[in-house]
Design a protein around this ligand. Structure first.
Ligand code: SAH
Length: 344
């Protein structure tokens, strides 16, 4: 898109942008409210801005919008999966999950992913580009517009590795929690990473109150390295050291995601090793039976194995839950809709 991406700018950046155009500072707040509170998609609707300014803005910047290409609604639990088209024609996925405590939205942070996890459909389709802050926000705004419902939690767990798009994700976090915008507290946002250790330290130093989720999925370097290439760059010991630092800085509990793959990482020895690795740390373990992805050929651990794994963790003093499967009838596994769209 040509021109400046207004929706990605903080209120301060908007102020600088407008003052360079010779406009008074207070216009920044007016513009910010149109973009992030009323969430209009055209300059004509910004009725308290002079027509001359609207015309000038039209000529030198744009308002990011996404369109719904496909929308699948689960008949089982109200989960809705969206496939959005971005301004340049690329696609991303967003999933709305309805819980008793409110609506949670799982958003994408990149078009594709370059982390290469063996079990993940997002990575199989390759990496195209980072998402701008406005494109992450617009996934949220578009779902609010479509459903008329409030979003109370956001999880950065869709397509992409958020810490591989660090600056844009940080800008998104600032914008989404701004009092003149969606005003969503950082405590209601989770960021999931495969373990980009240098960025975990950087995130810790920012001392945000978001929840950090670590996709661990294995307890020894050989297994983890075989299914997650990032482990060959930073091993489990280095990852857990960074996690301890994160908790020291933020006092936040870390959530560890562990996808159970039949015969790969679901034995009793592995549960015991996991309990030992995480002993004494402020954490929660989320067990997820792996979603089948064709190319990987990995299969879900049987139900009994999942609950036995959970029991071993609990018996050893860890906090562990099994993630409820949502949207089982709509192919909710991450990356599969985009995948289908680009190969068809
Ligand atoms: N790149 C980030 C966030 C996106 S993936 C990360 O790795 O955390 C979101 C979560 O889904 C991660 O925990 C990831 O490991 C998991 N995941 C990916 N493919 C999966 C599959 N086929 N079955 C179960 N979980 C999967």
């Amino acid at each position: 898109m040509a021109g400046a991406d207004l929706k990605s700018m903080t209120i301060e950046a908007l102020g600088r942008f407008l003052s360079e155009m010779g406009e008074p500072k207070f216009r920044a707040k007016q513009l910010f409210l149109w973009l992030h509170q009323k969430r209009v998609l055209s300059f004509e609707e910004m009725t308290n801005l002079p027509a001359s300014l609207r015309e000038k803005l039209e000529g030198c910047c744009y308002i990011t919008g996404v369109s719904i290409v496909r929308k699948l609604s689960s008949q089982l639990d109200g989960t809705v999966k969206y496939l959005f088209r971005l301004p340049d024609g690329e696609f991303v996925e967003t999933v709305l999950m309805r819980y008793e405590h409110g609506n949670s939205l799982c958003i994408s942070s990149q078009v594709g992913c370059r982390m290469g996890c063996e079990f993940c459909a997002s990575t199989k389709a390759g990496f195209v580009r980072h998402l701008a802050p406005s494109e992450m926000l617009e996934q949220v705004y578009a779902v609010c517009r479509d459903t008329g419902e409030k979003i109370s939690n956001i999880v950065l767990m869709g397509i992409g590795e958020p810490l591989d798009n660090f600056d844009n994700v940080m800008a998104f976090l600032e914008l989404v929690s701004h009092p003149d915008g969606l005003n969503l507290s950082h405590r209601h946002i989770s960021l999931s990473t495969c373990g980009v250790v240098d960025r975990i330290y950087e995130l810790a130093d920012r001392n945000l109150q978001i929840t950090l989720s670590i996709s661990l999925h294995a307890t020894d370097d050989e297994t983890r390295g075989a299914i997650m290439p990032i482990n060959r760059r930073w091993n489990i010991k280095e990852l857990l050291k960074a996690c301890r630092y994160y908790t020291e800085c933020t006092h936040r509990r870390i959530s560890y995601e562990y996808s159970l793959i039949k015969g790969v990482n679901d034995s009793k020895e592995e549960a015991l090793r996991l309990a030992k690795l995480l002993k004494g740390t402020l954490c929660h373990v989320n067990l997820i039976p792996v979603n089948y992805v064709e190319e990987a050929g990995f299969h879900k651990s049987p139900r009994e194995a999942v609950y036995a794994f959970q029991k071993t963790l609990i018996d050893h003093g860890l906090n562990a839950t099994v993630r409820r499967t949502l949207g089982a009838d709509i192919d909710a596994a991450c990356g599969q809709l985009r995948r289908r769209e680009i190969v068809s």
